[in-house]
Design a binder for this molecule. Structure first.
Ligand code: ADP
Ligand code: MG
Length: 195
């Protein structure tokens, strides 16, 4: 329950939605770490994870350049924080199926609740996101998605009827799906582990 994905074609409103969520939860004692080289978030810009470590204090919202994997490492060490990663398929590529136990991605997916680290990943291409993250993601927000390969995944995860809605969705309010909200009528997840 500590991972979510915001999915949609380019320009459909993913970054704006994530920035609105962040603003709604902004608090002096709450830490957000953001990896978004393309902008869209309001906060203190920090060059990279190493520069973030050197700071005596952390700002409530740090927008951190460099490798998102290094930022995730900071997050699991920090604990009790939320990480927002734009183009999350760069951090969790589909080609990487298993993570070493020392990898912060392993820790996030398997022990993230213990660390109280929440990840919200944004992507235009869920099909290119590692199966480990796709299947773990508990909060799924969809904007319109047109590509049939991407939609095939939506269909296998959320059901064909839901995927059909995603394909024609308009406007800046996302469609929401969670395993907890799935009913037999909507089609429960039947995604299989890829060989
Ligand atoms: N909630 C919104 N209300 C009005 N306009 C929006 C909203 N969300 C997005 N937009 C418009 O759509 C454009 C693309 O949004 P953006 O969040 O950057 O999309 P994405 O991250 O999916 O590429 C924005 O520049 C803005 O003009
Ligand atoms: Mg964006």
């Amino acid at each position: 329950m500590n991972t979510g994905l915001v999915i949609g074609d380019p320009g459909t409103g993913k970054t704006t939605f994530a920035a609105h969520l962040l603003e709604a939860h902004r608090h002096p004692r709450r830490r957000f770490l953001v990896s978004s080289p393309w902008g869209g978030f309001r906060g203190v810009h920090v060059r990279d994870a190493a520069a973030l470590r050197r700071r005596p204090t952390l700002p409530p919202v740090a927008i951190v350049g460099g490798e998102p994997l290094e930022l995730l490492q900071v997050a699991v060490e920090l604990t009790s924080c939320a990480v927002i990663v734009d183009e999350v398929q760069r951090l969790f590529p589909a080609s990487e199926k298993h993570f070493d136990h020392a990898d912060p991605r392993y820790k996030l997916l398997n022990e993230g609740r213990h660390y109280r680290v929440f990840l919200l990943g944004l992507t235009t291409a869920p099909h290119e996101v590692s199966y480990a993250l796709r299947s773990a993601a508990y909060w799924l927000f969809f904007f319109r998605l047109c590509d049939s390969q991407q939609l095939q995944w939506v269909s296998s995860r959320c059901g064909a009827r839901f995927a059909a809605q995603v394909a024609v969705h308009t406007g800046y309010a996302p469609l929401f799906w969670s395993p907890a909200s799935a009913t037999v009528a909507q089609g429960v997840s039947d995604e299989k582990v890829p060989a």
